[in-house]
Design a protein around this ligand. Structure first.
Ligand SMILES: Cc1cc2nc3c(=O)[nH]c(=O)nc-3n(C[C@H](O)[C@H](O)[C@H](O)COP(=O)(O)OP(=O)(O)OC[C@H]3O[C@@H](n4cnc5c(N)ncnc54)[C@H](O)[C@@H]3O)c2cc1C
Length: 323
């Protein structure tokens, strides 16, 4: 596995990128294996993987790139499939410099790389109620904004005050909840916007009650979801109520797909809207299984499911695509 390198060693970078990363303090690595970074543990390499140390580092790279290379942003990779051929262009993952959590009156100011569970636990320590639902979502706050993550009757749109984002020109701006256009597991955030930090609102609470609710959520998840498996969470969105009163998992179950297997990919027996990598799955196995489920559900019910999981990259190695 290639190790992350500081940009003092830029010899392996394509010529066109050397000037972009000169003087940058973060780590940049060509041909970086992504599989171990993802919850599914599948997928190819990032053509160029970049971990900025802070906002300034990120801004310099984004400004110098000026839209010339495709940029893909990864969070905790708990809702994505990276395809087997890897991700062309620059793949960015925000690191420790973006994970600060600070308290301001009845708000938490949270960096985009902070994990949802850390935010929930920090809120409990601060006697700050209302963010318990985040404890069961295994992503980062940046991913939670993009996906409007939610569980147990609450979602990010209920608690977010604003999000600070970086645009593709490196400009930083603050978007209020209406500008974010958050709705069921999606947002109107421009595809190339990078969430840097957010303000989350809560209400005064008691640590013991908040921690008890977090424990309750954890137990409930253990019972209903394959939380220890290599998975990507809910594969498909639930159809809108006007289209079906059944949830995605019920439609999948009714179509006889519970436990269905293609290669090393399987529809979870425990929660059939979850796909799992049983150990030897490729991204192609998982995607083919998902498409098979979609088509069986359509044949059985006439309802078209839509992927909630985001899929990135190309089926064949980037080097083959470029040659
Ligand atoms: C076991 C399990 C249980 C789950 N349960 C739930 C649940 O109950 N509720 C729920 O909503 N989800 C659930 N999920 C799905 C997932 O955890 C959420 O969608 C989460 O918000 C994704 O965050 P992430 O950081 O992992 O994002 P990733 O999976 O890395 O990326 C998802 C999307 O967010 C974008 N993104 C990530 N960071 C940023 C950023 N800083 N700025 C802009 N865009 C960004 C990515 O580009 C991508 O488009 C579950 C997943 C698993 C594996």
């Amino acid at each position: 596995m290639s190790t992350l390198r500081t940009p003092s060693d830029l010899t392996d970078l394509p010529d066109a990128l050397r000037s972009i990363f000169t003087g940058i303090r973060g780590k940049v690595t060509p041909d970086y294996p992504l599989a171990s970074r993802t919850w599914f543990r599948v997928g190819g390499n990032a053509e160029i993987y970049f971990q900025p140390v802070d906002t300034d580092d990120l801004r310099q790279v984004i400004q110098r790139l000026n839209g010339t290379w495709p940029v893909t942003l990864l969070g905790a990779c708990s809702n994505i499939i990276v395809r087997d051929g890897g991700i062309p262009g620059i793949t960015i993952r925000l690191g420790r410099g973006f994970s600060q959590i600070t308290r301001e009156d009845n708000s938490l100011i949270v960096g985009a790389a902070a994990l949802d569970v850390t935010v929930a636990e920090t809120a409990a320590l601060e006697n700050f109620a209302g963010l318990e639902f985040l404890s069961g979502i295994p992503g980062s706050i940046g991913g939670a904004v993009r996906m409007n993550a939610g569980a147990y009757g609450a979602e990010l749109s209920d608690v977010i005050g604003w999000a600070e984002i970086m645009t593709s020109s490196g400009e930083i701006c603050r978007l209020g909840v209406n500008d974010l256009g958050l709705s069921y597991r999606t947002s109107r955030l421009p595809a190339d916007a990078i969430v840097l930090r957010v303000c989350l609102h809560g209400t005064p609470g008691q640590k013991e009650h908040i921690s008890a609710r977090i424990a309750e959520i954890k137990a409930s998840r253990e019972n209903s979801q394959p939380v220890r498996a290599r998975t990507g969470g809910s594969t498909f969105r639930n159809p809108p109520a006007e289209i079906s009163s059944l949830k995605a998992w019920q439609l999948i179950d009714a179509a006889g797909c519970r436990g269905l297997q293609i290669g090393g990919a399987q529809v979870s027996e425990k929660h059939c809207n979850f796909l799992i990598n049983t150990g030897s799955a490729t991204a192609t196995d998982l995607e083919t299984l998902g498409e098979t489920v979609k088509s069986r559900v359509y044949q059985q019910s006439g309802i078209e499911l839509h992927w909630e999981i985001r899929r990135y990259g190309v089926p064949s190695p980037v080097s083959e695509v470029r040659s």
